[in-house]
Design a protein around this ligand. Structure first.
Ligand SMILES: Cc1cc2nc3c(=O)[nH]c(=O)nc-3n(C[C@H](O)[C@H](O)[C@H](O)COP(=O)(O)OP(=O)(O)OC[C@H]3O[C@@H](n4cnc5c(N)ncnc54)[C@H](O)[C@@H]3O)c2cc1C
Length: 334
């Protein structure tokens, strides 16, 4: 049947691309279904952003990513992934969203998208963890000047900008805004500001050092805050950690406090979840990455293996296991 595959892979980020490559090498019939574009999460990074990772951690094959500087930019990495797809002619449908999945390992899985329907012997979820940007849930957060995503600073020169958040994304946005002439305030919890442990998500030192230089130069204002109270057209009211109420003049707000995966389809299949370091993650076998529902696999940013390196490494390990199992189950008994 034309729409029937050994393996359907949901998502064309680094995990999905690595899985597609592995499936192709194993001679499996496979399809990647991607609701956005190839490497959509990376396409949505801030313009010109330099990666934290070195080429060997994020390239699809050894020595193939050759950035101009030590670490690649968003544009260099994106181009690398796109050319990997083109050069290897990977089977990917973009602009197609998986909406419903039913079935089981014995009868096969039925994959329903907003465009078509497919049958799959096995399904690998490589859906990332960017679906739901976290919200403050305060009055005024629905105003058009409030963003949950930062792309570039150039529209905000001499504007009053507030960045809320304590991770690297928030720090990078505050730094870029401040360096490019926005009058920037960063609202951050004390525990995040004082966190120096990289394993616990502390700001990278190459972000903190220039950030501190901006503060020392008097261009960037940092407020250790308890909560944002309300966002109005021309100002934001927040409460500092010492309980003081502060009103800031404001033109634009960036709420950069993380995001969560959409686990709805996995849960509807009966996949269990547990609390990970920063969010809810599916329950899976740490060796095979098969969930508690047989035939359903997970890889990438919404598992415990969150960085690109693991997103690429895990499918290389588990897709050959899937292929082997399929070959055994499809061998006729004589
Ligand atoms: C600003 C920023 C900077 C980062 N910098 C680094 C870094 O320097 N180094 C590093 O290792 N990591 C970094 N990360 C994290 C990195 O982006 C992730 O680890 C990586 O993207 C994970 O790859 P993935 O394939 O698991 O998920 P993603 O790349 O998120 O891919 C998941 C894909 O699934 C698609 N999808 C989701 N649901 C569906 C559906 N129902 N149907 C069809 N398609 C669907 C999405 O559109 C998406 O394209 C950064 C993240 C951000 C936000």
């Amino acid at each position: 049947m034309l729409n029937s595959f050994d393996l359907v892979i949901i998502g064309a980020g680094p995990a999905g691309l690595s899985a597609a490559d592995a499936a192709q090498r194993e001679g499996l019939s496979y399809l990647v279904i991607e609701k956005g574009t190839i490497a959509d999460t990376i396409r949505k990074y801030p313009v010109g952003r330099t990666m934290f990772s070195t080429p060997n951690e994020i390239e699809m094959s050894e020595g193939s990513l050759k950035p101009v500087r030590e670490k690649p930019t968003r544009e260099e990495l994106l181009s690398h992934y796109i050319h990997f797809v083109l050069d290897n002619d990977l089977n990917i449908n973009t602009a197609e969203k998986v909406e419903v999945l039913t079935g089981n390992i014995d009868s096969g899985f039925s994959v329903l998208t907003d465009r078509d329907q497919y049958v799959a012997s096995r399904v690998l979820f490589a859906i990332g963890a960017m679906e739901y940007p976290r919200h403050l849930n305060v009055f005024g957060e629905d105003l058009s000047k409030v963003h949950h995503h930062f792309v570039e600073p150039y529209a905000y020169v001499r504007k009053e900008a507030l960045v809320v958040g304590g991770g690297n994304s928030a720090a990078e946005a505050a730094l870029a805004l401040s360096q490019e002439g926005a009058r920037t305030t960063m609202a951050i919890f004390r525990e995040d500001w004082e966190n120096r442990d990289p394993k616990a998500g502390a700001m990278k030192h190459w972000v903190r050092t220039p950030l501190e230089a901006e503060i020392a130069a008097g261009r960037l204002n940092v407020i250790l805050y308890k909560q944002v109270d309300e966002i109005l057209e021309t100002e934001v009211r927040l409460t500092t950690e010492t309980g003081e109420s502060v009103v800031l003049p404001n033109d634009v707000v960036f709420v950069l406090i993380g995001s969560d995966a959409d686990l709805t389809i996995l849960k509807s299949l009966g996949v269990g979840t547990e609390l990970g370091k920063v969010s809810e993650v599916p329950v899976y076998d740490p060796e095979t990455f098969e969930t508690n529902v047989r035939g359903i696999y997970v890889a990438g940013h919404f598992t415990h293996a969150r960085h690109i390196k693991a997103a690429i490494d895990v499918p290389r390990r588990i897709v050959p296991l899937i292929a082997r199992e399929l070959r055994v189950s499809q061998t006729p008994v004589v």
